[in-house]
Design a protein around this ligand. Structure first.
Ligand code: NAP
Length: 298
């Protein structure tokens, strides 16, 4: 075989590999009718869109976040959209007892659980790291430890129902970037924990699936507000991101990527590290006057 033929063969194998990895999972919408679903961080953003999609599919929902008045409105819309049931429970995921009682409430109200969708994040400033270790500790509690705690509490009931855990993570949990160090730390922690748990559940022949979703920039109000002035990049719609998350969870994929570029970014992450780092640094604006200022919302 000459060099040209070898290159052609290698290219075809790469294309076939990428096509298979990127092909849409098979997904039976009927399987979600009546499914018992708990969605966290559902008062706004991607979590709110998750709730609406599950509602349209006829699921039974419990949603949670801190603001009860906003959750109440989301619940009303879910019922209008076709949810078999929709309930809410206000909770602060910085509190370990709240994280546990949310799972208990959902399990009791729905008579078990088929999907635990972990999506919430605490607010965190978008700026150069200012040395605030306390904020990182608090954010780990909200964005990571509460996920582990809810998982531990939900596993027995999910085991009975052949259920699924869906974890909403980020490209910043796979590839390092500037300006969001505490947030990225919590996302790396999630990938390490749930990636390891996938192995342990498989080794124990568990019925529970875990789907880890890697998202790029999504057009939620909170994300758009944060990145203003730092990075000029197009954001993808939250309702589409939410649909991909649901699809991946229902088809029990171990990993999901949205939008498309997140998959390639992870695939080629370590091929040319110097080029990668240069590209990352060049894609952000760094203005010491602006980027050091405290950002509201933390
Ligand atoms: N948007 C993006 O560009 C993007 C990119 C990659 C990954 N993601 C991931 O996608 C998920 C959703 O992101 P998003 O942009 O939709 O976030 P968001 O709009 O900021 O929503 C965050 C949700 O978490 C709730 N929350 C905040 N603090 C909480 C606390 N202490 N306890 C309980 N709930 C709390 C919020 O409601 P309350 O204020 O009512 O509590 C809200 O419902 C996150 O896991 C995020 O990491 C997003």
């Amino acid at each position: 075989m000459n060099l040209y033929a070898k290159l052609l063969l290698l290219g075809s194998i790469c294309v076939a590999f990428i096509a298979v990895r990127w092909s849409a999972p098979s997904f039976n919408k009927e399987s979600l009718k009546g499914a018992r679903v708990l969605v966290t961080g559902a008062s706004t953003g991607i979590g709110e869109q998750l709730a609406y999609h599950y509602a349209r599919l006829g699921a039974q929902l419990v949603i949670t976040a801190r603001r009860g008045n906003v959750l109440e409105q989301v619940v009303s819309k879910c019922l209008e959209m076709g949810a078999q049931r929709a309930l809410f429970i206000p909770a602060d995921m910085a509190s370990p007892s709240d994280a546990e009682s949310v799972v208990q409430y959902a399990t009791e109200q729905l008579g078990g659980l088929d999907y635990l969708v972990l999506n919430h994040i605490g607010p965190s400033p978008y700026r150069m790291w200012d040395g605030d270790v306390e904020h990182t500790r608090w954010l780990l509690e909200v964005n990571f430890l509460s996920y582990a705690q809810m998982t531990q509490k939900a596993l027995p009931t999910l085991e009975k129902s052949n259920g699924s855990i869906v974890v909403v993570s980020s490209l910043l949990g796979k590839i390092c970037g500037p300006f969001a160090l505490p947030y990225a730390t919590t996302k790396f922690a999630l990938n390490g924990f749930f990636g390891g748990l996938q192995h342990e559940l498989a080794m124990q022949k568990s019925n529970v699936s875990i789907t880890i979703c890697t998202l790029g920039l999504i057009d939620t109000d909170s994300a758009m507000e944060k990145i203003k002035g730092y990075i000029n990049m197009s954001a993808y719609p939250a309702h589409e991101a939410a649909w991909h998350i649901i699809e991946a969870g229902a088809s029990r994929q171990s990993e999901a990527f949205y939008p498309w570029y997140t998959f390639y970014a992870c695939l080629f992450r370590d091929w040319f590290p110097n080029l990668r780092d240069q590209a990352i640094q060049n894609s952000y604006t760094y203005n010491p006057q602006v980027n050091k200022e405290p950002v509201t919302g933390s």
